[in-house]
Design a protein around this ligand. Structure first.
Ligand code: ATR
Length: 288
């Protein structure tokens, strides 16, 4: 196969220099012996439509979409999968019958990571408490709802949480209950799973300062942040004896169905791959 005909994919965003997606997709390409490419594609904020117009002609079989283009991608696709249509954002593009299809594998990544790191989390009657109502929260809510979990949602700006609860009103699963951010302590007493989807705790942001004293004993604490790997929230939870789940697995697992769509083989999230990305995070963000 010549250089020009190998299937081509990449991460479309702005900026994309820090993206770890090339590292993990290239790992799988090499491991599976597939001739394909995966590159960083920096597309300026107002350039998505122009870029996507040339997508097929440029030889792309698909790609990932990250900030700030997830909504533009949602609007530009000929077709959407169920997750993307419900979440309102596209993070994965592939081609079917010569048309661009938009999917959202973040919800899959969110739940596959939880299934892997906390396999018994889905006992009957589990209550989830989700913090945050941004884009990442949408994927988490969609996934938890699809599994029929009772969800309580708290966000600094309550109105945004109310809007999200209304948005998901008709999707599979029980209705989302919204509470005030100031009422978290009460909700924690009854929660088996606490999920942070806010940006708090990310490198360069303030930590999520939450007194975990009221949290139900035995509850799992899941932070979708992965730089640092152990956020202040996860550290506090670990020290209190809670099981913790970090966000790196969500990144790894969201990539699996995307890779399978583009390159025709389903890759595996191995400990070796996780260690590779962990090492990169530690090298580039000392202390993380
Ligand atoms: P993403 O797409 O990564 O989810 P986002 O859409 O910008 O990012 O959402 C950021 C989330 O972090 C929101 O829930 C936001 O709360 P608001 O809706 O009130 O803005 C939350 N967030 C950001 N800074 C926060 C802070 N200082 N305290 C509490 N929540 C915060």
């Amino acid at each position: 196969m010549s250089e020009t005909t190998i299937p081509r994919a990449g991460i479309i965003g702005h900026p994309v220099a820090q993206s770890r997606s090339p590292m993990l997709h290239r790992y799988w390409l090499e491991q599976l012996g597939i001739a394909g490419s995966y590159d960083r594609i920096d597309v300026p904020p107002d350039g998505f439509e122009a870029f996507i117009a040339t997508f097929l002609a440029e030889g792309f079989v698909g790609g990932n979409v990250t900030a700030p283009h997830k909504l533009a991608a949602y609007k530009a696709m000929a077709q959407l999968d169920e997750a993307a249509a419900s979440i309102g954002a596209v993070n994965t593009i592939w081609v079917a019958d010569g048309k661009l299809v938009g999917g959202n594998t973040d919800a899959h990544g969110f739940i596959a990571n939880l299934d892997e790191r906390a396999p018994d989390w889905q006992k009957p009657g589990i209550n989830a408490l989700v913090l945050g109502a941004g884009g990442a929260s949408r994927a988490a809510l969609f996934a938890l709802k699809a599994r029929g979990r009772a969800i309580t949602l708290a966000n600094r700006t309550r109105a945004t949480a109310e809007a999200l609860a209304a948005h998901f009103k008709d999707s599979t699963g029980p209705a989302i209950r919204v509470i005030d951010w100031d009422d978290l302590a009460g909700a924690m007493e009854n929660s088996d799973l606490l999920v942070n989807t806010t940006v708090l705790g990310m490198l360069g942001k303030h930590p999520l300062e939450l007194d975990l004293t009221p949290l139900k004993p035995g509850a799992t604490v899941y932070d979708i942040v992965y730089v640092p790997l152990e956020t202040a929230l996860l550290k506090a939870a670990r020290l209190r004896g809670h099981r913790t789940v970090d966000g790196l697995g969500m990144l790894l697992h969201q990539a699996v169905p995307a890779f399978a769509r583009w390159f025709g083989q389903t890759p595996t999230v191995t400990q070796e791959l996780r260690a590779l990305i962990e090492a990169d995070i530690r090298a580039k963000s000392p202390g993380a």
